[in-house]
Design a protein around this ligand. Structure first.
Ligand code: UT7
Length: 331
């Protein structure tokens, strides 16, 4: 059995129709378009309505786009992975439901909870499953309904996050294209800075946890910002070194969209040009596990076969990393 690389061969996406603008947020909390724009780069985000549609609603839409575009028989899909911090339910997995709804009746599936690095971790898993030689078609979806865990009275988080889903298909590649290398990390000490305190085994839901608003996402922005910049830059440098690449060899950096200032700091730190950074944060905000595939969805027509892409992300946990992938097709 020859080991094959695992390449992305199709991209799909879905964002809800409802747009929440900075002007809307000015009516909800003590904030301003000027503060949000200059501190984050975000102008608007999409919100799933009603929230009860669940993350699977967006994940299914993104997956169906791939099935239709590629004219795939869904029964040939081997595996469905959903990276999400906002699954439909704590048990069972969102991936199970998505697989069944798209007709992937021969697939297995599971969720990955890697917060904002969930899609990066999912790429690693998807590629490993393909390279094992055992599976031919792995659907990886990054999807999050952040509006379901955001406190819309907390101005420090509600202006940042949005809802969306992006999907990619991984298949074996005979030309050596696809995922080449990665540096993936966690640091559990980081959970103090970015967490939902209640609803898990340590603090199950109760009327007290609800009254204390402990089911909402809490973030200490400043330390997270600092760790995000330094750890993503270090991971990128390590993956470049491991592959004897310099930043000039890279066509595009596909970086987690958490804050435009973080993207600017990474670009400055690594001396990258503006053209190398893919950016869409102004339209969607931070969609957690969906930011990386939504970048691919928006920029797919620009990407050319053999181009070198560097993915990077940082999120709750902490989780972070960088992945080097060569693009496998022209649109
Ligand atoms: O995706 C997962 C990983 N997450 C990240 O990477 C996020 C990293 N952190 C950030 O992006 C930024 O820290 C934030 C955007 C969250 C916050 O920006 P900041 O520049 O770090 O602001 P800050 O938290 O230091 O707050 C500065 C000031 C404070 O006022 P005082 O104490 O200086 O009077 C805040 O109360 O800005 C105030 N502030 C706001 N003002 C208007 C915080 N949020 C808002 C707001 N509108 N929405």
């Amino acid at each position: 059995m020859t080991t094959k690389t695992a390449a992305i061969t199709a991209v799909g996406g879905y964002v809800p129709e409802h747009v929440l603008t900075n002007a809307d947020l000015e009516q909800m909390v003590d904030t301003s378009d000027e503060w949000i724009t200059t501190r984050t780069g975000i102008k608007e985000r999409r919100i799933l309505k009603p929230t009860s549609l669940g993350t699977s609603f967006m994940a299914i839409a993104a997956a169906r786009e791939i099935v239709q575009k590629k004219n795939i028989d869904p029964t040939t899909i081997d595996l469905v992975i959903v990276s999400t911090a906002t699954p439909d339910m704590p048990v069972s997995s969102t991936a199970s439901f998505v697989a069944t709804e798209i007709g992937a009746t021969n697939a297995f599936g599971y969720d990955i909870q890697g917060a904002c690095s969930g899609f990066l971790y999912g790429m690693s898993a998807a590629a490993a499953h393909i390279s094992s030689g055992r599976y031919q078609k792995v659907l990886l979806i990054g999807a999050d309904t952040m509006s379901s865990i955001i406190d819309y009275t907390d101005r420090s988080t509600c202006v940042i996050f949005g809802d969306g889903a992006g999907a990619v298909l991984f298949e074996p590649n005979d030309e050596g294209l696809g995922l080449q290398d990665e540096v993936l990390r966690v640091d559990g000490k980081g959970r103090e800075f970015l967490k939902i305190e209640a609803g898990g085994s340590m603090l199950p839901a109760s009327s007290e946890t609800i009254d204390a608003r402990k089911h909402f996402l809490h973030q200490e922005g400043r330390p997270v910002f600092k760790f995000a910049v330094s750890n993503m830059a270090a991971a990128i440098n390590q993956v470049l070194d491991q592959n004897n690449l310099t930043k000039d060899d890279i066509d595009y950096v596909v970086a987690h969209q958490a804050n435009k200032r973080i993207l600017d700091a990474i670009a400055k730190n690594l001396d990258l040009s503006y053209e190398q950074m893919l950016v869409n944060i102004e339209r969607y905000g931070n969609t957690t596990a969906a930011t990386l595939p939504l970048l691919l969805w928006d920029y797919e027509s620009k990407l050319k076969k053999n181009q070198k892409l560097l993915f990077t992300a940082f999120g709750g946990g902490f989780t972070w990393g960088a992945t080097y992938l060569t693009w496998a097709y022209n649109t």
